[in-house]
Design a protein around this ligand. Structure first.
Ligand code: NAI
Ligand code: MG
Length: 358
């Protein structure tokens, strides 16, 4: 079966890392005997420069007709003066909304060999391997009303969820846990918020359908402490939009470099959107030194979640691990004693390891 993958290079280091991710996809397809069409489309500042809009209609149409979308990064100082609705970031929010991706998955793991890149003590980081599942399209960031009241002397934001919105993201978390260490930690503020009490009820109801998965509800303030104190206790963490925004940034610190963090945003049935967590890194763009591995690990998530190719996904993750263990580092990871490799060289090293594992 032919699969369609749309690549959105974007701005800054986006095109540099998606170029390598594309090479990886082409080689994996060839080795597995799969037929994938890889088509590029414009987004962000690059799209604005060519069309006057950060998310042209052709891009939306191409993405919607795909099995999966791989995005580099958008933005940069060149477009900072633009009004909000045509800024590069509007393209990113727009494509997430257009694809209806309600579950944002951020795997957070530590890499033996990179433990010193984190500000935390190495003994705390050993064995950290979790996925944060953040609800992405509801909750406090979208609820209405959100406005100033009483002539500017009062203000309201609204934390609104429907049962359907909670059920689908919680179910997603349980399904992921089933293929991992079978533990779901649900983060809420059920001692104070009614929305959290309903969230907790739905988690318990969903748990009944997954008898082999352990579920643990935990309050968000306690979760914030435990992420730093005992991070290796977590497997799958599921939470509403704002808690997930904050906790996923906190957890990202465990890994050491933003150049190693992938993400996936999934909806129901439609194409998933895969992107490195990092931005367009204008400070290093064009120098050939960006770390391509967040993009590679995003490709692994794409193969796993959109194409059902678990073994190939694992091959990529193992290849990244082996390459790091062998001592190769891009500049963002390099210690004082090692000579860093560039984007293309790191890409070639990992792709070689991938081929050995397919
Ligand atoms: P950033 O993630 O682009 O860069 C932060 C720091 O990490 C920089 O020093 C950068 O050189 C380094 N870095 C990031 N990715 C790297 C990689 N793959 N290899 C090596 N080093 C890497 O975040 P920043 O500087 O806050 O934002 C820069 C631009 O990116 C802004 O225009 C921002 O709006 C945009 N941005 C876009 C995102 C997206 O497209 N999803 C996410 C975050 C920021
Ligand atoms: Mg954030």
């Amino acid at each position: 079966m032919t699969r369609h993958i749309t690549i959105l290079p974007g701005d800054g280091i986006g095109p540099e890392v998606t170029k390598e991710a594309r090479r990886l996809l082409e080689e994996v397809a060839q080795t597995l005997g799969e037929t994938w069409t890889l088509e590029e489309a414009l987004i962000g500042g690059a799209a604005y420069d060519q069309t006057g809009h950060p998310l042209p209609p052709e891009t939306i149409a191409k993405c919607k007709a795909s099995d999966a979308v791989l995005l580099g990064a958008v933005g940069g100082p060149k477009w900072d003066h633009l009004p909000g609705d045509v800024r590069p970031e509007a393209g990113l929010l727009g494509i997430r909304k257009q694809l209806g991706v309600f579950a944002n998955l951020r795997p957070i793991r530590t890499w033996p060999g990179l433990l010193l890149a984190s500000p935390l003590k190495p003994e705390l980081l050993d064995g950290v391997d979790m996925v944060i599942v953040r609800e992405l399209t509801g909750g406090l960031y979208f609820g209405e009303p959100k406005q100033r009241l009483d002539g500017g002397n009062a203000v309201v934001d609204t934390l609104h969820y429907t049962r359907h919105e909670i059920e689908r993201v919680v179910r997603q978390a349980f399904e992921i846990a089933q293929n991992r260490r079978k533990k779901v930690t649900s983060v809420d503020k059920a001692n104070v918020l009614e929305s959290s009490r309903m969230w907790r009820e739905i988690v318990q109801e969903t748990a009944a359908a997954f008898p082999d998965v352990t579920v643990e509800p935990i309050l968000v303030d306690s979760a914030a402490m435990q992420l730093i104190q005992r991070p290796n206790q977590f497997d799958v963490v599921v939470t509403e939009n704002m808690f997930g925004d904050i906790l996923s940034d906190e957890a990202a610190v465990l890994t050491g470099s933003i150049g190693m963090l992938p993400s996936a945003s999934l909806g129901s049935g439609g194409p998933g959107l895969y992107e490195p967590v990092h931005g367009s890194a204008p400070d290093i763009a064009g120098q050939g030194i960006a770390n391509p591995l967040a993009g590679f690990l995003s490709v692994a998530m794409l193969l796993r979640h959109s194409l059902g190719l678990e073994a190939a996904a694992t091959a990529i993750e193992d290849a990244v691990l082996a390459t790091i263990e062998a001592g190769h580092r891009t500049r963002d990871l390099a210690g004082h004693d090692s000579e860093p490799v560039g984007t293309e060289e790191m890409s070639a090293l990992v792709r070689h390891e991938v081929q050995r594992r397919l």
